[in-house]
Design a protein around this ligand. Structure first.
Ligand SMILES: Cc1cc2nc3c(=O)[nH]c(=O)nc-3n(C[C@H](O)[C@H](O)[C@H](O)COP(=O)(O)OP(=O)(O)OC[C@H]3O[C@@H](n4cnc5c(N)ncnc54)[C@H](O)[C@@H]3O)c2cc1C
Length: 228
């Protein structure tokens, strides 16, 4: 009975925050920054590392998760960067959206809390970690070693630099290159491909010195849609 799910999807609109796209910036062939504004953002509780879940296709129940940064409660604005990796609903949304378009979303909600990290941090991720890297960069200019994997390391290095993040970007599936030991007391933040997050977390436990704290979350997994 498809009309039941259509009706539920219609009703869901009432519970979603309605925002508007104020600007779209192509950062490269595969990365798009979208700036959003909503009066609801003024009163929302946001901390660096929070997530939002956007509904890329009106009239459906499919949500996709992104990491807002540049959160400005006074102005009611924030930004997302989407990695346009294929033809999933969110990739299409980032590709096709234009200023003035609506954006329906839930959140911000807690995901990884980037406040209260040690003064030294090792940040491991991939293209889907782009928003989290930008959010962490805003909280601190120093003390973070960013090591990320990407299908196109040169492209991603430049995108990250444009967001103020100086990173070492290695080819995908080179877990050995991602396994960067910290020194002294440090925390590890690891996000991105589920196939990477697991091995890095396990390897970190045997490392000397071990990270004092590990914040880890798989952001996507091969063959699965809308993880989270
Ligand atoms: C807490 C959290 C925060 C996130 N923040 C961001 C962010 O700031 N920016 C961002 O770009 N992404 C972010 N992601 C990841 C994003 O939600 C997923 O990549 C999402 O699946 C994309 O939706 P889609 O509709 O394009 O593809 P889907 O319909 O979900 O998937 C279609 C196909 O593409 C594959 N796929 C999904 N993601 C990727 C990828 N990154 N690389 C290669 N193949 C992929 C899937 O395995 C599937 O086979 C975040 C995820 C979580 C859980």
């Amino acid at each position: 009975m498809p009309w039941i799910s259509d009706r539920i999807a219609d009703l869901a609109s009432a519970f979603l925050t309605q925002a508007v796209v104020t600007r779209k910036t192509a950062l490269s062939d595969h990365f798009v920054r979208v700036d959003l504004r909503s009066d609801k953002f003024r009163s929302a509780s946001w901390t660096p590392g929070c997530k939002v879940q956007l509904r890329p296709e009106t009239g459906t129940l499919g949500m996709r998760t992104y990491t807002p940064f540049a959160w400005d409660a006074a102005e009611g604005t924030t930004s997302l960067v989407g990695y346009v990796h294929g033809t999933g609903p969110a990739s299409r949304w980032f590709d096709q959206v234009k200023p003035g378009d609506p954006c329906e979303l839930m959140g911000p909600r807690r995901s990884l809390d980037l406040t209260g990290l040690a003064s030294s941090v090792v940040f491991v991720g991939d293209e889907s970690s782009v928003g989290l890297a930008a959010a962490l960069r805003e909280t601190r200019a120093d003390g973070v070693t960013y090591v990320l994997e990407a299908a196109d390391p040169a492209e991603y290095t430049e995108v990250l630099a444009g967001l103020g993040v100086t990173a070492t970007v290695v080819p995908k599936k080179r877990h050995d290159l991602l396994d960067v030991p910290g020194s002294g007391a440090y925390d590890l933040v690891v996000t991105g491909d589920a196939a990477t997050v697991g091995p890095i977390r396990r390897a970190a436990r045997d490392r000397t010195p071990r990270p004092a704290k590990i914040l880890g979350k798989a952001y996507w997994a091969e063959g699965r849609t809308g993880l989270d």
